[in-house]
Design a binder for this molecule. Structure first.
Ligand SMILES: [Zn+2]
Length: 192
């Protein structure tokens, strides 16, 4: 969490909002995010201005809007099995960050990830290979599932930082790219 204070102001505020939302989620505090019809109407009229872009696993337990206690219009969410980042996900990340102006870009991995687990297993997994190949390249020789999930997040961050538009935004302080891990046993998110 020490790295938080070094973030640009808008990114720091956005990250604090996610951290606070997850604290409420873990504490089972009443859901207070805005899902109202009035919010639907407002967003239709004003358009979306999400405060964060989140790249997360498609795992049904890892729904960012829930675990960060966010409402409609809050998170520009990109989800793939294993939170892998291909050309479409990368373009979506640029859209959320550069076009919509979300100041924070989070790669959110999680414990007990089935995609990471499958990548650790030998053999050809058929149609899953495009995703598993990315994860294998990310984790290298790592065989511990938890460490592999962390390595997969870090590789995702590297992929994002290798993209010209995102790198430029981060250089000028208009964007912060951070990694995080959702713990499926506790509901808590830790920053990496
Ligand atoms: Zn997963």
């Amino acid at each position: 969490m020490d790295a938080e204070s070094a973030l640009p102001e808008r990114a720091r505020v956005a990250l604090a909002r996610l951290v606070e939302g997850n604290r409420k989620f873990v504490a089972e505090m009443p859901f207070d995010a805005d899902l109202s019809a009035a919010r639907v109407t407002q967003l239709a009229a004003d358009g979306q201005h999400p405060f964060a872009t989140v790249i997360a696993c498609s795992d049904a337990r890892v729904a960012p809007e829930h675990l960060f206690r966010c409402g409609l219009g809050d998170i520009f969410c990109i989800r793939t099995a294993g939170n892998t980042i291909g050309p479409g996900e990368l373009a979506s990340a640029v859209y959320g960050s550069a076009h919509l102006g979300a100041p924070l870009l989070v790669v959110l991995g999680h414990t007990g990830c089935g995609a990471v687990g499958a990548a650790l297993e030998p053999g050809d997994h058929g149609a899953l290979e495009p995703i598993l190949g990315k994860i294998r390249a990310a984790i290298g020789d790592e065989r511990d599932p938890h460490a592999a999930s962390v390595a997969n997040v870090r590789a995702g961050i590297d992929t994002l930082r290798a993209q010209t538009d995102l790198a430029r935004l981060e250089t000028v302080g208009a964007l912060a790219i951070v990694g995080a891990l959702y713990h499926t046993d506790t509901g808590a998110v830790t920053l990496l």
